[in-house]
Design a protein around this ligand. Structure first.
Ligand SMILES: NC(=O)c1ccc[n+]([C@@H]2O[C@H](COP(=O)([O-])OP(=O)(O)OC[C@H]3O[C@@H](n4cnc5c(N)ncnc54)[C@H](OP(=O)(O)O)[C@@H]3O)[C@@H](O)[C@H]2O)c1
Length: 253
């Protein structure tokens, strides 16, 4: 039987490119997102068996339904990529949008990681790539407080479970992808613009897939940013918040 990968948020940006890269490496695919037309258009470009499963991952029941539909199809790679951000002062940003963000960025990742991990552990094989962000490696993100917090959740959960698996000598691999700015539809959805140079989703995706199969716990696709995030950890929290706050203010359109 051919190996299969499930990619969420495959209708655009990083998820779309990760799906293309996995397909190039011989994987059949299950692609998911809300915009079914985009998924069908992507399917036309891919080889092998490609299944489209539209789902709104802000809805817990649809997360479980996606798992039910995908399990039993020999999934050995799960990419939890769907996610979005929002910018503004915490006191004035939209509460409903943020609650949906927490549902998609954290709850859906949590549900799908746990359900697929159980299957992967039974087979003692499988890869899970959780798309976090360099935001998740920082002390917090003034003007994007909720988004940074959701990505910290993803990084910390992923690293902790990675350590559980290492101690159990499991062959299941769990990685967190932590890119800086990537040129996707992210800014349109978040209502911001990058203050610094971005990389292409293609470069991000190739680095992500390489890092996942190489067994990296945290994958930072840009070398310079990788050095920056290590250096950032040495700074006092207040200093790091000040620097991040300055960068974030430049993102406001
Ligand atoms: N771009 C960056 O600079 C950057 C940097 C670091 C991390 N990231 C992370 O990378 C991931 C992908 O983002 P991107 O940059 O590629 O942005 P994007 O082009 O806007 O893609 C986001 C994807 O998430 C899906 N999605 C959003 N809400 C969803 C929902 N409720 N249910 C199901 N799918 C949903 C979207 O599909 P539909 O709209 O069709 O549902 C789309 O496919 C996100 O987790 C993001 O936080 C991005």
């Amino acid at each position: 039987m051919k190996k299969t990968a499930l990619v969420t948020g495959a209708s655009s940006g990083i998820g779309r490119e990760i799906a293309i890269e996995l397909n190039r490496r011989g994987y059949d695919l299950i692609i998911s997102a809300r915009r079914e037309d985009r998924l069908r258009e992507l399917k036309e470009q891919l080889k092998g068996e490609v299944t489209v499963i539209p789902a709104d991952l802000s809805d817990t029941e649809q997360c479980r339904e996606l798992y039910r539909k995908a399990s039993g199809r020999n999934v050995s790679v799960l990419v939890n990529n769907a996610g979005f951000g929002d910018i503004g002062q915490f006191s004035s940003t939209d509460l409903e949008k943020e609650l949906k963000m927490i549902d998609v960025n954290c709850k859906a990742v949590h549900i799908l990681t746990k359900l697929f991990l159980r299957d992967f552990q039974k087979r003692n094989r499988g890869y899970i790539l959780n798309v976090a962000s360099s935001a998740g490696l920082m002390a917090g993100g003034p003007m994007m407080a909720s988004y940074y917090a959701t990505k910290s959740y993803v990084v910390n959960m992923t690293c902790a479970v990675n350590e559980e698996l290492r101690r159990a000598r499991s062959r299941v691999q769990l990685s967190a992808l932590c890119p800086g700015p990537v040129d996707t539809e992210f800014n349109d959805v978040a209502g911001c613009s990058f203050g610094v140079k971005s990389i292409s989703p293609r470069i991000c995706a190739v680095n992500a897939v390489d890092g996942l199969f190489a067994g990296k716990m945290i994958i930072v696709p840009e070398k310079l940013l990788g050095v920056g995030t290590v250096a950032a950890r040495l700074l006092p929290k207040r200093a790091l918040l000040f620097i991040t706050g300055n960068i974030q203010h430049k993102k406001i359109k």
